[in-house]
Ligand binder design. Sequence first.
Ligand code: ZN
Length: 218
Amino acid sequence: MVTAQDLAWARQGLALKRQADEEEIARYIAWRERTERTLRAKRAAARPAPQPAPRPAPTSGPNWRVLEHPRASHDELEAFARRVWDLAFHAVPWPTGWAVRWAELTHSDPLALVYGECVPSAKLILIDERAQRGRTPREFLTLVLHELCHVTHPAEVHGPGFQETLKRVVAYMFEPPEPARVDASRPAPSASSPPSLTVADRPWLRGPFSHLGVEYRG
Ligand SMILES: [Zn+2]
């Protein structure tokens, strides 16, 4: 038999349980909010600060203009210059931020040809496309080396430090290849005909024009 007392106890028990459940839920909600706040703060801290958009490289300046539609791509020209840099300056990393572009270079004297130019303010090496026509691979490579030397000697134009570096890298790039081991059964090459340096000996002499069927003279 259920007495009024039993009923009162049962109601009280239920009320207590409900209260406990509600408190448990409230604790859980508070815990979840705390956790989410902490997580959000951690994520915000881990996110890198927004970087300013890179400044677009200038495309023209006094007496120079980067070509919009060069015959060989700018990327190909820069890849060539980077290979030259790696060979000439060995383990030195490519100078930060520098780009190499085909350009039109002008001179106050309309008859003067400007082959290349180094623009430190824009970190640009410019190669005049038109002026390269008819030049030999050696002349083209020497020009690229010349402009790269300007990057390594920003303070002096064509001063002694610049000249010394240029002389060194040109000698290194054009020194004759290691002589092939002489086969005793064959006559030794005569001293009067030194081995001539060909593009086949130095495949990197091929400039970015070569695959377009542009023939270099000389
Ligand atoms: Zn120069």
